[in-house]
Ligand binder design. Structure first.
Ligand code: EPZ
Length: 427
């Protein structure tokens, strides 16, 4: 059986200018939110990635018409008449659970396949359920499906999240906008993608105040008062951070365009502490490095803490820095699998519970390595740029889920990288 891999030639650099795509972790939810407005919603700066294809298919299965013109999606939800998502789509992409809130908001009911876990953790949805139950939703679990109903309608509530869950905050936002009365979400997630979603919902006629803070207040409006809108997805801060790490590895200079530097404050602070010089303006970040990489300490935390989605990329940076770095993963229970792949390339990493002790080495060696999640996969390609010899990254479907034209963008920055189909037995 053949397999497509990404092949990278080492001892290279990465420099120039690259424009990031729209944020995957916003666009997916903006598409789901379009269900709350009957008619044609237009979304710009939507990345061309496979997760978006899955979400488009979810909307089509619900009865929506979705057309794509380059990076613009036109989502017509006038004829949406179903409220069930099939297992095979949710199992492909757990973010499909983001249609739960809008379906409950629009129809008062939903039947959504329970998302499974993934490589990085159990990815439970208990906080989604507890929060929605507070708004009046009743759940029955039926053979792997969540059957949601609202026997007495949706009503406002004061919800305190155990943990500032991004997905739970989003589902609560998309249901509470049409609840009867006011909802408070306390300990809400503060990610920039939450603000992007709230901005779009407010354009649709919702009344949300405080998005981006830990306490969000939603004043419910009549469901029929919500209308379609036109909205542009924010730039992808994680894609931007990934390229900045690539430049930090090879000294740059690199200019990343299309992202608000304010979304990357913690990552920029860490890059500067590791020896990088960074200049920012309204929608770009420029990085160069003239001194040896210094070690660092990282704790992944909900925004504005250090983003877990940049943890693998910074572990790579630490693997080539001087001295010893400590990286602690506090958001997901199993997000260190990337370390095992990096060790195969010669990194010196010891995992102790949710801490990774990374002792810097002089050089990595190219090898055959495997993506364990999309961020680890992207980081393995970066590792191949600076390693000795050739690296072949396997399981690259993970990368295609969240990085638009990753190989093309890296090639435009001088990286010797390509996609190759390996026939069975090719060593
Ligand atoms: C979103 O996942 C992102 N995905 C993730 O990005 C990101 O890592 C994560 O937020 C944290 O920033 C999308 O937006 C599609 P959470 P989400 O709910 O919403 C636990 C990437 O690489 N939890 O904040 O699932 C959960 O298991 C991906 O682009 C519960 O226990 O994240 C996790 O350990 C990876 N019960 C932690 O909370 C719940 O009800 C954070 O989850 C919900 C979450």
């Amino acid at each position: 059986m053949s397999e497509e891999v990404i092949v990278v030639e080492g001892n290279n650099t990465l420099a120039g200018e690259v424009r990031v795509s729209g944020a995957k972790n916003s666009a997916l939810k903006l598409i789901a939110a379009s269900l709350l407005g009957r008619g044609e919603t237009v979304l710009h700066n939507v990345p061309l990635i496979s997760d978006i294809d899955v979400m488009i298919e979810v909307l089509r299965r619900l009865g929506a018409t979705v057309t794509r013109e380059d990076h613009t999606l036109i989502v017509d939800t006038s004829s949406v008449d179903k409220c069930e998502t099939p297992y095979e789509l949710v199992s492909k992409m757990r973010a499909s659970i983001s249609v739960l809130g809008p379906l409950v908001g629009r129809f008062g009911k939903a039947r959504v396949a329970m998302p499974g876990g993934c490589q990085i953790g159990a990815r439970k949805i208990d906080m989604h359920m507890v929060g929605l139950e507070a708004l009046g939703v009743k759940f029955d679990i039926d053979h792997g499906f969540l059957d949601a109903s609202t026997p007495h309608g949706l009503h406002g509530a004061h919800v305190i999240l155990d943990f500032p869950s991004v997905g739970a905050t989003e589902n609560l936002l998309m249901a509470s906008v049409v609840a009867d009365g006011t909802t408070i979400i306390e300990n809400a997630a503060r990610e920039p993608e939450i603000v992007d979603l709230a901005n779009m919902l407010n354009k649709m006629g919702a009344k949300i105040a405080g998005a981006g803070e830990s306490l969000i207040e939603i004043t419910g409006v009549a469901a029929e008062s919500l209308h379609p809108c036109e909205h542009t997805t924010v730039g992808d801060r994680i894609e931007a951070g990934t390229f900045l790490v690539g430049a930090a590895l090879t000294q740059g200079p690199l200019r990343v365009v299309g992202v608000d530097p304010g979304y990357l404050r913690m990552a920029i602070m860490k890059l500067e502490s590791m020896g990088c010089e960074i200049e920012s303006n309204s929608d770009s970040v420029t990085l160069r490095r003239a001194v040896p990489l210094r070690s660092t300490e990282i704790q992944t935390l909900p925004h504005p803490g250090f983003p877990t989605d940049l943890q693998a990329q910074f572990m790579l940076l630490a693997a080539l820095a001087n001295d010893m770095s400590v990286i602690t993963e506090n958001v997901f229970e199993n997000r260190f699998m990337f370390a095992a792949e990096l060790i195969r390339m010669g990194a010196d990493i010891t995992i102790e519970d949710h801490h990774a002790l990374v002792r810097g080495v002089q050089k990595l060696q190219g090898a055959d390595v495997s993506s364990t999640d999309l961020r680890a996969g992207a980081a393995l390609v970066l590792a191949g740029i600076v390693a000795e010899g050739q690296t072949r990254v396997h399981n690259i479907a993970h990368i295609d889920r969240g990085y638009e034209d990753y190989v093309g963008k890296l090639s435009s920055l001088g990286v010797n990288v390509s996609r190759m189909v390996l026939d069975e037995g090719m060593n």
